[in-house]
Design a protein around this ligand. Sequence first.
Ligand code: ZN
Ligand code: ZN
Length: 202
Amino acid sequence: MTLPTIQLTCTPHRPNVKSVIITPLQLEREPLLFDEAIPAGALEYAPDVTQVGPLPVTGRADLLLEHRGHREQVADIRLRAAYHGDFEVLCARCVEPVQTPLTGSFDLIFRPQEADADPGERAITPDETEIGYYEESGLSLEDVVREQVLLSLPSRTLCKEDCKGLCPRCGQNLNLESCNCNPTADPRWNALAGLAGTVKSS
Ligand SMILES: [Zn+2]
Ligand SMILES: [Zn+2]
Protein backbone atom coordinates (compact mmCIF):
# COMPACT_ATOMS: atom_id res chain seq x y z
CA MET A 1 0.00 0.00 0.00
CA THR A 2 1.34 3.42 -0.86
CA LEU A 3 0.50 6.36 1.31
CA PRO A 4 0.03 9.90 0.08
CA THR A 5 2.79 12.38 0.63
CA ILE A 6 1.92 15.50 2.53
CA GLN A 7 1.62 18.71 0.54
CA LEU A 8 3.54 21.77 1.54
CA THR A 9 1.49 24.82 2.32
CA CYS A 10 2.49 28.37 3.10
CA THR A 11 1.73 29.63 6.56
CA PRO A 12 0.54 33.21 6.79
CA HIS A 13 3.00 34.27 9.47
CA ARG A 14 6.05 33.03 7.59
CA PRO A 15 5.16 33.72 3.95
CA ASN A 16 8.55 32.74 2.57
CA VAL A 17 8.86 29.49 4.44
CA LYS A 18 7.09 26.42 3.23
CA SER A 19 5.65 24.71 6.22
CA VAL A 20 4.08 21.36 6.92
CA ILE A 21 0.98 21.87 9.04
CA ILE A 22 -0.66 18.68 10.25
CA THR A 23 -4.31 18.62 11.28
CA PRO A 24 -6.41 15.69 12.54
CA LEU A 25 -8.71 16.13 9.55
CA GLN A 26 -5.86 15.27 7.17
CA LEU A 27 -5.21 12.06 9.08
CA GLU A 28 -8.77 10.82 9.34
CA ARG A 29 -8.54 8.41 6.46
CA GLU A 30 -4.91 7.48 6.46
CA PRO A 31 -1.57 8.49 7.92
CA LEU A 32 0.53 11.12 6.22
CA LEU A 33 4.03 10.38 5.06
CA PHE A 34 6.47 13.18 4.58
CA ASP A 35 9.91 13.43 3.11
CA GLU A 36 11.00 17.04 3.21
CA ALA A 37 14.13 19.11 3.43
CA ILE A 38 13.99 22.19 5.60
CA PRO A 39 16.20 24.75 3.85
CA ALA A 40 18.97 26.52 5.73
CA GLY A 41 17.75 29.81 7.14
CA ALA A 42 14.10 28.78 7.26
CA LEU A 43 14.18 28.19 11.00
CA GLU A 44 15.73 30.31 13.68
CA TYR A 45 17.15 28.02 16.33
CA ALA A 46 19.13 30.13 18.78
CA PRO A 47 21.61 33.02 18.51
CA ASP A 48 24.53 30.56 18.63
CA VAL A 49 23.02 27.80 16.48
CA THR A 50 22.85 27.95 12.66
CA GLN A 51 21.65 25.29 10.27
CA VAL A 52 24.11 24.75 7.41
CA GLY A 53 22.57 23.27 4.28
CA PRO A 54 19.21 21.53 4.01
CA LEU A 55 17.85 19.42 6.87
CA PRO A 56 16.10 16.33 5.49
CA VAL A 57 13.18 15.14 7.61
CA THR A 58 11.32 11.94 6.86
CA GLY A 59 8.53 10.38 8.86
CA ARG A 60 4.84 9.97 9.34
CA ALA A 61 1.90 11.36 11.26
CA ASP A 62 -0.93 9.20 12.58
CA LEU A 63 -4.23 10.07 14.19
CA LEU A 64 -4.82 8.53 17.61
CA LEU A 65 -8.36 8.83 18.91
CA GLU A 66 -8.58 8.89 22.67
CA HIS A 67 -11.94 8.10 24.17
CA ARG A 68 -12.87 9.90 27.31
CA GLY A 69 -16.14 8.82 28.83
CA HIS A 70 -19.03 8.06 26.50
CA ARG A 71 -19.12 11.11 24.35
CA GLU A 72 -15.81 12.85 24.29
CA GLN A 73 -13.12 12.01 21.79
CA VAL A 74 -9.70 13.59 21.74
CA ALA A 75 -7.80 13.68 18.46
CA ASP A 76 -4.14 13.13 19.24
CA ILE A 77 -1.46 13.26 16.59
CA ARG A 78 1.43 10.85 16.78
CA LEU A 79 4.46 12.21 14.96
CA ARG A 80 7.43 10.02 14.16
CA ALA A 81 10.35 11.34 12.18
CA ALA A 82 14.08 11.19 11.62
CA TYR A 83 16.32 14.06 10.56
CA HIS A 84 19.96 14.67 9.85
CA GLY A 85 21.88 17.77 8.96
CA ASP A 86 24.82 20.01 9.63
CA PHE A 87 24.86 22.82 12.14
CA GLU A 88 27.29 25.44 13.27
CA VAL A 89 27.32 26.08 16.99
CA LEU A 90 29.43 28.81 18.52
CA CYS A 91 32.10 27.70 20.99
CA ALA A 92 31.01 28.70 24.49
CA ARG A 93 34.46 30.09 25.23
CA CYS A 94 35.97 31.57 22.06
CA VAL A 95 32.77 32.06 20.00
CA GLU A 96 34.27 30.41 16.92
CA PRO A 97 31.78 28.31 14.91
CA VAL A 98 32.02 24.57 15.56
CA GLN A 99 30.81 22.14 12.88
CA THR A 100 28.16 20.00 14.53
CA PRO A 101 26.56 17.23 12.47
CA LEU A 102 23.27 16.10 13.97
CA THR A 103 21.26 12.93 13.48
CA GLY A 104 18.11 12.36 15.46
CA SER A 105 14.69 10.82 15.58
CA PHE A 106 11.60 11.25 17.68
CA ASP A 107 8.27 9.61 18.42
CA LEU A 108 5.92 12.08 20.06
CA ILE A 109 2.25 12.45 20.79
CA PHE A 110 0.51 15.79 20.49
CA ARG A 111 -2.86 16.52 22.01
CA PRO A 112 -5.20 19.42 21.21
CA GLN A 113 -4.32 22.31 23.48
CA GLU A 114 -7.84 22.59 24.89
CA ALA A 115 -8.12 18.87 25.69
CA ASP A 116 -6.30 19.00 29.00
CA ALA A 117 -7.80 22.24 30.29
CA ASP A 118 -9.08 20.32 33.29
CA PRO A 119 -6.14 18.38 34.73
CA GLY A 120 -8.50 16.03 36.57
CA GLU A 121 -9.71 14.69 33.25
CA ARG A 122 -6.28 14.02 31.88
CA ALA A 123 -6.31 10.57 30.37
CA ILE A 124 -3.15 8.50 30.54
CA THR A 125 -2.31 6.22 27.68
CA PRO A 126 -0.35 3.06 28.57
CA ASP A 127 2.81 4.05 26.77
CA GLU A 128 2.57 7.73 27.51
CA THR A 129 6.07 9.07 27.58
CA GLU A 130 6.05 12.50 26.07
CA ILE A 131 2.99 14.55 25.34
CA GLY A 132 3.03 17.84 23.52
CA TYR A 133 0.17 20.06 22.52
CA TYR A 134 -0.95 21.50 19.23
CA GLU A 135 -2.96 24.60 18.51
CA GLU A 136 -6.29 24.68 16.76
CA SER A 137 -4.59 25.64 13.47
CA GLY A 138 -2.64 22.37 13.51
CA LEU A 139 0.76 21.00 14.35
CA SER A 140 3.76 22.54 12.62
CA LEU A 141 6.35 19.95 11.66
CA GLU A 142 9.02 22.64 11.54
CA ASP A 143 8.28 23.79 15.08
CA VAL A 144 8.66 20.23 16.35
CA VAL A 145 11.89 19.67 14.44
CA ARG A 146 13.31 22.96 15.70
CA GLU A 147 12.58 22.01 19.28
CA GLN A 148 14.01 18.52 18.84
CA VAL A 149 17.21 19.88 17.30
CA LEU A 150 17.68 22.26 20.23
CA LEU A 151 17.04 19.46 22.72
CA SER A 152 19.56 17.19 21.05
CA LEU A 153 22.39 19.73 21.12
CA PRO A 154 24.76 19.61 24.07
CA SER A 155 24.07 22.31 26.64
CA ARG A 156 27.51 23.71 25.94
CA THR A 157 29.69 23.34 22.87
CA LEU A 158 33.44 23.79 22.89
CA CYS A 159 35.71 23.92 19.83
CA LYS A 160 38.11 21.71 21.82
CA GLU A 161 38.31 20.48 25.38
CA ASP A 162 41.09 22.88 26.31
CA CYS A 163 39.84 25.92 24.39
CA LYS A 164 41.59 28.92 25.93
CA GLY A 165 38.72 31.26 25.14
CA LEU A 166 38.96 35.00 24.74
CA CYS A 167 41.05 37.35 26.79
CA PRO A 168 38.60 38.99 29.17
CA ARG A 169 40.37 42.31 28.71
CA CYS A 170 41.16 42.72 25.01
CA GLY A 171 39.03 39.98 23.46
CA GLN A 172 41.95 38.27 21.74
CA ASN A 173 41.23 34.63 20.83
CA LEU A 174 43.89 33.01 23.00
CA ASN A 175 43.90 29.81 20.92
CA LEU A 176 45.42 31.77 18.06
CA GLU A 177 47.75 34.13 19.80
CA SER A 178 48.49 35.29 23.30
CA CYS A 179 48.02 38.94 24.09
CA ASN A 180 49.94 41.40 26.20
CA CYS A 181 47.36 41.68 28.94
CA ASN A 182 49.38 39.35 31.17
CA PRO A 183 46.46 37.16 32.19
CA THR A 184 48.60 35.29 34.74
CA ALA A 185 49.02 38.50 36.75
CA ASP A 186 45.83 37.83 38.61
CA PRO A 187 45.46 34.14 39.52
CA ARG A 188 41.79 34.68 40.37
CA TRP A 189 41.07 34.84 36.64
CA ASN A 190 42.35 31.31 36.25
CA ALA A 191 40.31 30.13 39.19
CA LEU A 192 37.23 31.72 37.70
CA ALA A 193 37.95 30.26 34.31
CA GLY A 194 38.30 26.81 35.83
CA LEU A 195 35.04 27.24 37.67
CA ALA A 196 33.25 28.36 34.50
CA GLY A 197 34.47 25.21 32.85
CA THR A 198 32.73 22.97 35.35
CA VAL A 199 29.50 24.86 35.91
CA LYS A 200 26.92 24.11 33.27
CA SER A 201 25.60 27.27 31.72
CA SER A 202 21.86 27.43 32.07
ZN1 ZN B 1 36.73 27.66 21.52
ZN1 ZN C 1 44.29 40.50 26.25
